[in-house]
Structure formats: structure tokens, C-alpha cells
Design a protein around this ligand. Structure first.
Ligand SMILES: [Zn+2]
Ligand SMILES: [Zn+2]
Length: 456
């Protein structure tokens, strides 16, 4: 509350009384609203929840060695869970190894770790969302109460990154097949079924008319890539930005470069149609890492060297001392290539393990610059120790690009509404639920940028 004071800086008795009366007035308004709140509570979420148990629905399920659309029945939800009718989902490349692999899986599971839909029922303790809300179900939770959230790092919210006892499933099954086999949702979210039951910590209500197909990209790929440019690592106006990988995540970072006013955005991807896409979305230069070969780092340094090498006139000097590359390089580098899970149907990556790409990303960052590692690499990556210690490059973790889902997703919705973020052209193919396996296959084949499954 703002404190009133008279001209001499002292509170007058009359003003205190006036302020008190205003506060009472406010109190009366709250009391008057109480019956309405009661009426809301009388909608009895538990009763609504009860009507959902046993509800049958369909979804894409990985079970045994199969990945196909199955019928299932909803199980009771936790008091903090939300029943969501899915309207659109975009499979993430991260899931293709598990979804299409040839080894049998230990439990039946609906793939993916984000989605979008409409709330149809809420557990008795849910506060964040209400029945009827449109919600992004994000890949990371933001509980607001754990150590990480309280220390400003909800991108590492412990509701997502908890450790659980051996043999204990982190999330209960949310459905079962007609024969009683339990069905789980990947990461407690899934997304590729007609119904999701996410914990409220993952749900971000959005109040907008933007189509579901675009909003579902804010649960992961597009939002993570865009966050790379401002959520943790902050692209500066006029800066040199490099993005490795022009997939759904990398193109989000390219858009962040454009929106944050980067001086140049250099995009590196072996796939020709993706390089074309990158230029449409804001890339100023695109490079083919196959054509560039081992010279790719030097090429980037060349592009970032500036108009002169007069170091006392703000130019960027250049020199070498052992492994130390002085001065030249990009201000911000985003590695969003990731490992190649399956050989694609388009141009393959020069290094399917992604180890070399991570090293190149780090290497083409200038001294004191910033690099974010978003792509997965399953093998150890080594860096020259002296340079790692001395060159002052800050490595940022790529977990959702540092996205704080409750803070950032509503912001991105506004930017989509204003046409600042393009969430439409990156959707290059749409599917029905019956075609959802093909959506996962096309994602693995890299013949699409982002495929969206729309539920009828
Ligand atoms: Zn993902
Ligand atoms: Zn948390």
C-alpha cells in the first residue's frame, strides 16, 4: 500500500482515517465477492474429476517394440493433477530414439514431454488453472517453492529434476489398456494422446486466441530456442550470434537473434532447406558444415572479425598463443544441433555424435563470450584445459534454454500475437492422431521442421 503524506512529509490524522476507510471499503468488496468464490468452489473439482475416471480415449503408445495408436481408460488423478483434453502437440526430436528404437521398452508409455489443450477437470488442490482454461503443458515445471525455484532457477525446478528411490516410478500411470496394463506418460506429461493428466506445476494457462497448433510449440521447441537468446544468456543489440542447427529449437534462437537486434546471425546446418528457412527467419549468413569441414571455426571467426584490427580503436585483434585464440569469435553461440538419432532422409550431420559440434561451438565463441549447449551428446566432450581456464567463455546450460515457463510463455504468446515471433511458418506439416506415428517418423527423418498433430 502506498503511504499518503501531507506536504510537510507527516501523516495527518484526517488522511490516516481516510486511508483506513478506503481499506475498509476494499475489505467490504472482498467480503461481497465471497459468495461468488463459494460458488466457484461449489463447482467441486473432485466431482468433475470423478466423472473423468474410466473415460476412454486414444493415444499413440510405445509398448514392447511397437508404436501405435491404442485405446485406453483414464485412471484416478492426484489432487494436484489436471485432466486436459489435448488439442495439438508437436513431437520433439529428443523422443525419437526411444519411440522408434528396436529394443523392447519396459513399460507402455505415451511419448513426448509437452503438449497443449483445454482443462476439463482439476484435482482438489489445484490452484493455477481452472476448468475451461487453455494450457501449455511445458517440458519443465515451475513450482515456485523448491530450492531451485526460490533461487531463481525454475529451469531446474526440482519438481522436474527430483531423484526418486530405485524402482519407484517418478509419476504414476495415468491410464490403462482394456486388459488392465498400466500406461504411463513420458516425463509425467506425454502429450500424444487425446487426454493428458499433467501436474499443475507443468501447466501454464494462456489467455489468447492464437491457434493451438502454434501455442503447443511454446511447451518446448520454439520456446526453448527463443529463450536461448534472452532468458539466461542475453543476446545484445548489434552482437554477433552463431546458431548451430536450424531445427525447431535452433530456429527459435535465430528468431531471438532477429528480435533482440543481433548485428548478424550466422546459422550452420548441413540441410539445405533448413538453411533457407533460417534466412527467412532472420539468419544473415548460413553455412554448410560439410562444405566448410574443419575450417568452420575459422570461417566464423573471419565473419566476426569486425571492420578493422585496431584493437585500441574498438577493433578486434587476432593472434594465437598455443590453443588460445585471441579476441576474434562470436559474442553468443547456441549449439542446437544435437546428436543424430537415426540417419535422416535429408543431408546427414558431419558428426552424428555431436561431440565435434559442441567443441566447435565453444571454440568459435570469443574470449569472454557466451555459449549455450542445447543439443544432446552422449559421449564425453573434451576441451583444451588452458583455454577452458583462461579464455573466459561462459558455458550456459541448454535445459529449455533457461526458460522460466510461468514468466516466459505468457510473454511469447504476446510476441506471437504481435507477429514478432513467427510460430506459424515453422509448422511444415500437420497430422491427425491416426497419422501420429508418421509425425514421429518424419521428425526422425528431418524431412519437416515441426510437425503438429491436431486432435479432432
Ligand atoms: Zn524436447
Ligand atoms: Zn520448483
Amino acid at each position: 500500500m502506498r503511504t499518503e503524506s501531507n506536504g510537510s512529509g507527516r501523516l495527518t490524522r484526517r488522511r490516516v482515517l481516510k486511508a483506513g476507510a478506503a481499506a475498509l471499503g476494499g475489505g467490504t468488496a472482498v467480503l461481497a465477492a465471497a459468495p461468488a468464490l463459494d460458488a466457484q468452489a461449489a463447482q467441486a473439482p473432485a466431482v468433475l474429476t470423478g466423472t473423468q475416471v474410466g473415460r476412454t480415449f486414444r493415444g499413440l503408445v510405445r509398448h514392447g517394440t511397437a508404436l501405435d495408436v491404442q485405446q485406453m481408460r483414464l485412471l484416478p488423478i492426484d489432487p494436484r493433477q489436471v485432466v486436459i483434453r489435448s488439442t495439438a502437440v508437436a513431437p520433439c526430436y529428443t523422443i525419437v530414439r526411444g519411440a522408434l528404437g528396436t529394443n523392447p521398452v519396459r513399460r507402455a508409455e505415451v511419448p513426448n514431454h509437452c503438449g497443449f489443450g483445454v482443462v476439463e477437470a482439476v484435482g482438489a488442490m489445484v490452484k493455477r488453472v481452472q476448468v475451461g482454461d487453455r494450457v501449455v503443458v511445458a517440458g519443465t515445471s515451475q513450482c515456485g517453492q523448491c530450492y531451485q525455484c526460490l533461487h531463481g532457477r525454475p529451469d531446474y525446478c526440482q519438481f522436474t529434476f527430483f531423484s526418486n528411490a530405485a524402482g519407484v516410478e517418478p509419476f504414476p500411470p495415468f491410464a490403462q489398456f482394456p486388459d488392465g496394463t498400466p500406461v504411463y506418460a513420458q516425463a509425467g506429461i506425454g502429450g500424444m494422446s487425446e487426454v493428458m493428466t499433467a501436474f499443475e506445476e507443468y501447466c501454464v494457462p494462456v489467455f489468447t486466441d492464437v491457434p493451438a497448433a502454434q501455442l503447443t510449440l511454446l511447451g518446448d521447441q520454439l520456446a526453448s530456442g527463443f529463450a536461448a537468446g534472452h532468458a539466461d544468456m542475453h543476446f545484445q543489440p548489434g552482437s554477433d550470434v552463431v546458431v548451430f542447427g536450424a531445427g525447431p529449437v535452433g530456429l527459435g534462437a535465430v528468431q531471438a537473434g532477429r528480435v533482440m537486434g543481433a548485428g548478424q546471425v550466422i546459422v550452420i546446418d548441413p540441410i539445405r532447406y533448413r538453411r533457407d528457412f533460417a534466412r527467412k527467419l532472420g539468419a544473415t549468413t548460413t553455412l554448410d558444415p560439410v562444405a566448410e569441414g574443419d575450417g568452420i571455426v575459422e570461417r566464423v571467426r573471419e565473419l566476426c572479425k569486425g571492420p578493422n584490427d585496431r584493437r585500441f580503436a574498438g577493433g578486434v585483434g587476432y593472434g594465437r598463443a598455443g590453443n588460445a585464440v585471441m579476441a576474434r569469435g562470436a559474442d553468443f553461440v547456441v549449439e542446437a544441433a544435437g546428436l543424430q538419432a537415426f540417419p535422416p532422409k535429408v543431408e546427414p550431420q558431419p558428426d552424428p555424435t555431436n561431440v565435434k559440434t559442441v567443441q566447435q561451438a565453444w571454440d568459435c565463441t570469443r574470449m569472454g563470450g557466451h555459449v549455450m549447449l542445447m543439443g544432446f551428446t552422449l559421449q564425453p566432450v573434451s576441451f583444451p584445459g588452458t583455454s577452458l581456464a583462461l579464455l573466459g567463455r561462459t558455458i550456459h546450460p541448454g535445459q529449455q534454454g533457461g526458460l522460466h515457463v510461468m514468466r516466459d510463455i505468457p510473454r511469447y504468446v504476446k510476441l506471437i500475437e504481435k507477429g514478432v515471433i513467427d510460430a506459424s511458418s515453422v509448422i511444415t506439416k500437420k497430422y491427425t492422431l491416426d497419422e501420429s506415428r508418421q509425425a514421429v517418423q518424419d521428425t526422425a527423418d528431418r524431412t519437416i521442421i515441426t510437425g503438429v498433430i491436431e486432435f479432432s
